[in-house]
Design a protein around this ligand. Structure first.
Ligand code: 2BA
Length: 106
């Protein structure tokens, strides 16, 4: 068994949570804070059988990984609605995969 520890952006957390629950994975979601930027982020604890870990990691990568998105016009100073939106990088996930020695539900 593996314990996947994934630190993701708050904006991506609900989508990941729903995707995992829909697929029957057990999930714990913690409110966390990045030590460097001191901004809120979300940490997931996901315990999975070894043969399902790759699927979970792939979901995290696709739903929460760094990607390009268009910023709304109002997010750019002085930009009007007629001007094209600027592309910006959003998301980002830090993932640790740990071997679990023992797991129990009492
Ligand atoms: P990332 O490396 O993508 O890290 C995003 C968040 O993931 C981190 O938030 C932290 O909450 C967690 N994290 C990353 N590496 C970790 C680790 N080895 N152990 C435990 N948690 C870890 P922040 O600490 O606020 O960092 C935000 C971003 O600032 C980082 O993005 C990185 O691009 C940059 N950064 C972090 N530490 C830095 C440093 N010492 N010097 C320069 N840039 C740093």
């Amino acid at each position: 068994m593996k314990l996947i520890l994934a630190i993701v952006q708050d904006a991506d957390a609900d989508r990941l949570n729903q995707a995992l629950v829909d697929r029957g994975y057990g999930v714990t979601k913690l409110a966390s804070t990045g030590g460097f930027l001191r901004r809120g982020n979300t940490t997931f604890l996901i315990g999975v059988d070894d043969d399902r870990a790759a699927v979970v990691i792939s979901l995290i990568r696709h739903l929460c990984g760094r990607r390009e998105a268009l910023a709304p016009p109002s997010a750019t100073t002085g930009q009007t609605l007629a001007q094209p939106s600027a592309a910006t990088t959003v998301g980002g996930a830090t993932v640790f995969v740990l071997n679990v020695e023992q797991a129990a539900h009492y």
